[in-house]
Write a protein that binds this ligand. Structure first.
Ligand SMILES: NC(=O)c1ccc[n+]([C@@H]2O[C@H](COP(=O)([O-])OP(=O)(O)OC[C@H]3O[C@@H](n4cnc5c(N)ncnc54)[C@H](O)[C@@H]3O)[C@@H](O)[C@H]2O)c1
Length: 866
């Protein structure tokens, strides 16, 4: 078996074959060729820079190398603008091999520069710059007069490229010409492609602005455009003459895009050698991914150097992907592509899961256990929780498509050791899927250790309210005409609602700011899907109740599958009311699952009654039907609604949409107005429940800024400040507060209460006993298990001041997302690490919780194996 161990070469060839790669690659498994380790090791303390114009270098041995290899040009400037460590470890054997390569191919080369910042980029006189129009002005202002284009996959199409070519030719109609791509990978791919075909090839420079482009797509000469829906089907090998990496451009990069780049960066380090992972330095991947840019700039710069050098080395050994060596750059991609395709995951997230899964096969091939453990640990902060997986057949289909591209063989890149990647063809798609499922299960069951390491005064950007969004989606689905919804959420409840409404045939599109629903009359009244649809509502209580009512108002049959825990929750008052309105609703429980079969009424009744004492959602679910009703409609409340404010939210949103609501005692009259058919825009507020968690953190002394304020306080949890003000009184004496409107705040407020000097009593929350489980008892049990002193009362809980909290205690969350958040807050408040189970249950209401926790300075480690 041949191996390829790490060394850095700084200049690559347009086309070249290595003289040390004459032997044919094995058919079942091809490996990278062995190159002895470099004899010169980095000396991070030594300042070193080399370009054609650079001052003489100090090291004699290095000087000798440069004299021998004057084509080596790679320079870095550190953040202070001075010259610092460069990657110049040229083992003699690499040098002679690469010299031979160059001679053999008469190639040109890529000159790579990394600079800290630049007021204005130095570009050739004959440059035509093509830039991403969405780049921050601070970046666009560094180039003169660029052609601005929309970045993304749409750019990578032949018709857009044609238009772009015409625009370029208007700017410059004769040689010499150099196209400069300023932007992320999509800009690089498209501009590179254009440069390769314009006049059969013009000059090309890349100025990458995303981390992914800096460490990956700008190097290696692959250009690509899409063909219909199929990605990267047309392209060429066309390395840039120059790549300029400007550190400063990473400052405004959103966190999600930084994480995408870190995945590719980590992949390159794994492909390097055991030493390459040292480029990680003292900062963890968690910090590099989530800390503010200024904190990690220097370290990130070093890692970019290392990753670029590794990629260059691999590309130089197999520039046109003919020898299987370059295939190793696809580490994590075999499964990753299938996940990207079937789950809509971002490329980086999908590849991270692919890399994790590949470690199982790496262990089988003898990769040392300690390295596997380290790789798992570094990958952990990059893994995006996946609440549901695609079916096995769906994943298999996607992997088979990949297989078709390679003579019917699935090519799997597996590490045998760090720096020793081997392409296997004997691993089946089925094995990948089995291992992935096992890894996912491990991840789901893992506990995390939470510790508030360096509290940061960051300002968080939170998603839109899921309560408001679910109501807005049900309103928009029933309206005739165009409804624009401003605000998005990736919470499980909203995802589940969106999927179900689309299955019912409602045309809901995603936009950059939210959702767009444009219904024709027939979409609403006689949807083609009305013949009967099967829906899955997972664990979403709101989703189930709203959909039960919506299906009752559609004249056909619907089968709704419901998760067992949700099935156990009380729904009887709603079912009784819908049945008395004329809908047929039967429960089913068979080997296929549990749920309801609903056959809707022919004509909506003009009056209904509902008992809202267990949940105001029952009343909201029926009131929302007024949007699609043909006539005015009256709803009678048979008792005081619990969490009344949620019903008020529903009525206020109905008013905004054009349904007049008049409430008189227990009667609510709902009349459709002319406005119901106008174009409607519904702006959704930030999620007040997510914001409340950070308000409590701030109350407890964390410097975080908990996102944008809620302007219209429709969400009950937006009143958190009022409760915190009462809590503050507990410094002076015992306090009591009624949480009847905000029962979900109990866990985080209980943590805040335990930090006060006096006892705090919470009342009005007896109904927490009627949820999927007896939440009141569960919350008390968890808080007591880590040493908090609490009493359960007939309608609430009393919390006594915390005396001491031992580190690393197990905070049992029962899979309740509110307890997970409370546990993280407690670890901060008591400045003590805690172990939490079911950490990913937060996906139900606040999927970005752990990202925000890490951004705010907590450290989150896996405790059991991921
Ligand atoms: N050629 C290759 O070898 C190769 C390798 C990997 C990926 N790719 C391609 O790269 C593309 C993905 O790359 P990408 O994520 O860089 O995509 P991108 O170009 O679509 O950029 C993503 C987003 O980042 C924004 N952005 C860019 N720089 C920014 C900055 N400094 N600050 C704030 N926002 C910024 C852009 O406006 C855009 O919205 C895909 O098309 C993929 O196929 C190519």
């Amino acid at each position: 078996m041949m191996q390829f161990t790490g060394i850095c070469s700084m200049r690559i060839c347009r086309s070249a074959l290595s003289p040390w790669m004459h032997s044919p690659l094995p058919t079942t498994c091809c490996a990278m060729p062995q190159v002895p380790s470099p004899t010169v090791r980095p000396n991070p303390t030594r300042s070193l820079k080399r370009t054609r114009r650079s001052p003489p270098i100090r090291s004699r041995s290095r000087m000798a190398i440069f004299e021998l290899c004057p084509w080596i040009r790679y320079s870095t400037d550190d953040a202070q603008g001075g010259h610092s460590t460069a990657f110049f470890y040229i083992a003699p054997i690499i040098r002679s091999a690469t010299e031979a390569l160059m001679t053999a191919s008469g190639m040109s080369s890529t000159d790579i520069r990394r600079i800290a910042s630049a007021d204005m980029l130095e570009l050739p006189e004959h440059a035509v710059v093509i830039a991403d129009r969405s780049l921050p002005q601070t970046i666009l202002s560094r180039v003169p007069d660029a052609i601005l284009v929309e970045a993304g996959e749409r750019l990578k199409s032949l018709d857009v490229i044609e238009g772009l070519a015409l625009e370029v030719l208007q700017r410059r109609s004769s040689r010499p010409m150099t196209l400069v791509a300023l932007g992320g990978g999509s800009i690089g791919d498209a501009v590179g492609f254009l440069a390769s075909i314009l006049w059969r090839g013009v000059g090309l420079w890349h100025v990458p602005t995303t981390l992914l482009a800096m460490v990956d797509s700008a190097h290696g000469g692959k250009t690509a455009v899409n063909l219909g829906p199929a990605k990267n089907q047309l392209g060429s090998f066309y390395p840039a003459e120059k790549v300029i990496i400007v550190d400063e451009f990473l400052r405004p990069l959103p966190l999600a895009l930084r994480r995408e780049g870190i995945v590719e960066l980590l992949k390159a380090l794994w492909l390097g050698d055991a030493e390459s992972t040292r480029a990680l330095g003292t900062r963890s991947i968690e910090e590099l991914t989530y800390a503010p840019y200024a904190e990690i700039a220097t370290q990130l710069g070093n890692m970019i150097d290392a990753a670029v050098a590794i990629k260059q080395r691999i590309v130089a050994a197999d520039p046109k992907e003919e020898r299987g060596i370059r295939t190793t750059l696809n580490l994590g991609h075999t499964l990753g592509h299938a996940l990207e395709l079937t789950m809509g995951l971002s490329h980086g997230s999908a590849v991270a899961w692919g890399m994790l899964t590949s470690l199982h096969f790496a262990a089988r091939e003898g990769m040392p256990e300690s390295d596997i453990r380290r790789c798992r640990e570094t990958l952990f902060p990059l893994l995006q929780p996946l609440s549901v997986l695609p079916g096995r057949e769906v994943l298999l289909g996607a992997m088979q498509r990949d297989k078709k591209r390679h003579d019917g063989q699935l090519r799997s890149v597996i590490l045998h050791a760090l720096g020793e990647a081997v392409v296997h063809t004997e691993i089946s798609a089925e094995s990948w899927i089995d291992v992935f499922h096992a890894e996912w299960q491990n991840f789901q069951n893992a506990r995390v250790r939470v510790r508030s390491a360096t509290p940061r005064a960051v300002s968080l950007t939170l998603e839109a309210s899921k309560s408001e969004l679910n109501r807005a989606l049900i309103i928009a689905a029933q309206r005739i005409g165009r409804t624009t919804i401003g605000g998005r959420s990736s919470a499980d409840d909203v995802t589940c609602m969106l999927r179900a409404l689309r299955q019912l045939g409602y045309p809901i599109e995603e936009t950059s700011r939210g959702y767009l629903v444009d219904n024709l009359e027939r979409d609403v009244r006689t949807s083609p899907s009305d013949e009967g649809v099967t829906l899955h509502v997972c664990e979403g209580g709101t989703t189930l109740r709203f959909l039960l009512a919506l299906c009752a108002a559609r004249a056909t049959r619907h089968k709704i599958f419901v998760a067992p825990a949700l099935m156990r929750r009380p729904h009887d008052p709603l079912l009784r009311s819908l049945r008395s309105g004329g809908a047929s609703i039967e429960e089913f429980d068979d080997p296929s699952g549990q749920g309801f079969i609903v056959r809707g009424w022919r004509q909506m009744p003009d009056a209904m009654s509902i008992d809202p004492r267990e949940s105001s959602q029952y009343a909201s679910a029926i009131a929302l039907l007024a949007v699609g009703a043909d006539q005015p409609f009256t709803l009678r409340l048979l008792g005081e609604p619990v969490s009344e404010t949620y019903l008020e939210m529903t009525l206020a949103m109905l008013e905004d949409a054009g349904v007049e609501t008049i409430r008189h005692g227990d009667l609510i009259a709902l009349n459709q107005s002319e406005r119901l058919r106008d174009k409607l825009t519904m702006e959704i507020e930030v999620d007040a429940s997510s914001r409340a968690v950070w308000s409590v953190a701030r109350f407890l002394g964390h410097p975080v800024v908990p996102g944008r304020k809620v302007r219209i306080p429709r969400q009950p949890d937006s009143a958190v400040d009022k409760y915190l003000a009462t809590l503050r009184e507990a410094e002076r004496g015992e306090v009591s507060m009624d949480l009847g409107d905000v029962p979900d705040l109990l866990p985080v407020l209980a943590v805040a209460a335990a930090m006060q000097r006096n006892t705090v009593t919470f009342t009005g929350i007896a109904h927490l006993r009627n949820k999927e489980s007896n939440r009141l008892d569960e919350y008390a049990e968890t808080l007591r298990s880590v040493g908090l002193s609490v009493d359960v009362l007939s309608d609430g809980m009393r919390v006594f001041p915390l005396t001491a909290l031992q580190p690393d205690q197990y905070f049992r969350t029962h899979g309740d997302h509110r307890l997970v958040m409370a546990g993280a807050l407690l670890s901060f408040a008591a400045n003590t690490p805690l172990l939490l189970d079911h950490p990913w249950s937060v996906g139900k209401s606040y999927p970005a919780f752990w990202e925000d926790v890490r951004t705010a300075g907590w450290s989150v480690e896996q405790v059991s194996r991921v």
